[in-house]
Ligand binder design. Structure first.
Ligand code: G3P
Ligand code: CA
Length: 333
């Protein structure tokens, strides 16, 4: 468990400056866009804040729960391997403990991925304290499920606080954090903003935003946008139901910089409709390289994958700039 790094105000100011600069050079630029695209938006709702244009930075490799095809999800083993495999982002799902700490865990209950004393390592994580969770082994389930990939060291993997992940990896990688259950776990937004203020990366990153927050909950994202308008947000879209139409994308563009749809929903029409609103498209979760190539052909701006090495190997053959995002008019102009 690392100590807080840096002050709140410095991290906040640096991030705001980086994003504002990126916006002025990208989506928000009015005179030097070399693509000849029209700045006129087809929507009636203008964005109210600078938004980072992911499409100018090439395709983002988002390591889904770390390199979780090869190592137990959301552990140091999976995160470190993802960094080694060239991931741009480590994806975190976060859950709130009984004592108000954010921990990285996909499921709201411990049973699938935790082993150890039943009182501490089974049941809802929201009923445990961080002290309870320190005894849980987060890797043996992977060895049981994947004997061909098993490693003895996985059984010593421990559950991580989000703060620990940010402290441990610092500016070495970027973070793509999902708020899993803001409705069932009130206080999650407050806890996330607090952790980011105290432990978030400080480096000026000219390529991609160092921290992105994603959620299926539009309400939670709107709350965050109101409080931290410079923080890049991604609206997740579930596989059940349909892809968002123009009106829905207009609403999302008010607070988000990208959509993260289930891969089944992604079509050229969706990517283009999103790009018209300066929204990047980051489908989840893609393992097969031919499926990755098909989505890259549609000019998505990032992919969630459990196998960042597979996507990284594919990318040199892909265009570095998806080039779909038109210049964006500033609010009120
Ligand atoms: O965050 C994108 C994707 O991970 C959403 O699905 O269930 O894997 O968190 P899930
Ligand atoms: Ca997720």
């Amino acid at each position: 468990m690392g100590a807080a790094r840096g002050s709140v105000s410095r991290a906040t100011v640096v991030l705001a400056l980086v994003l504002a600069a990126g916006w002025l050079a990208g989506c928000g630029g009015s005179g030097d866009d070399d693509r000849g695209s029209s700045p006129v938006r087809s929507t009636t709702t203008e964005p109210t804040v600078p938004a980072r244009d992911f499409s100018r930075a090439g395709v983002a490799v988002i390591a889904h729960r770390g390199a979780s095809a090869y190592a137990p999800e959301h552990t140091t083993a999976a995160y470190t391997l993802a960094v080694e495999q060239g991931a741009d982002y480590l994806e975190q799902d976060v859950q709130l403990t009984a004592d108000g700490e954010l921990v990285v865990l996909h499921d709201p209950v411990l049973d699938r991925t935790a082993r150890g004393p039943a009182a501490s390592c089974t049941g809802p994580v929201s009923e445990k304290t961080v002290a309870d969770l320190t005894s849980c082994d987060m890797g043996s389930w992977f060895n049981e499920a994947h004997p061909d990939l098993a490693e003895a060291t996985f059984s010593s993997q421990r559950l991580l606080r989000l703060a620990d992940v940010l402290d441990d990896y610092g500016d070495e990688v970027r973070y793509y954090i999902e708020i899993k259950a803001p409705d069932e776990q009130p206080g999650m937004v407050d806890a996330l903003l607090e952790v980011l203020a105290e432990h978030g990366p400080e480096a000026d990153d000219p390529v991609l935003p160092p921290v992105v927050v994603q959620s299926f909950s539009a309400e939670a994202l709107r709350q965050i946008h109101e409080r931290r308008p410079e923080l890049p947000l991604v609206q997740l879209i579930p596989a059940v139901g349909t892809a968002p139409d123009g009106a829905a994308l207009d609403g999302i563009a008010e607070y988000a910089v990208a959509i993260g749809p289930a891969k089944e929903l992604v079509t050229r029409e969706l990517v283009e409709a999103a790009a018209e609103r300066c929204l990047d498209v980051h489908p989840y979760t893609v393992e097969d390289s031919s499926e990755m190539a098909g989505l890259l052909d549609l000019r998505v701006g990032g992919l969630f994958t459990n196998s960042p090495d597979v996507l990284r190997r594919l990318l040199p053959e892909q265009p570095l700039d998806t080039g779909l995002c038109p210049a964006r008019a500033t609010a009120g102009s």
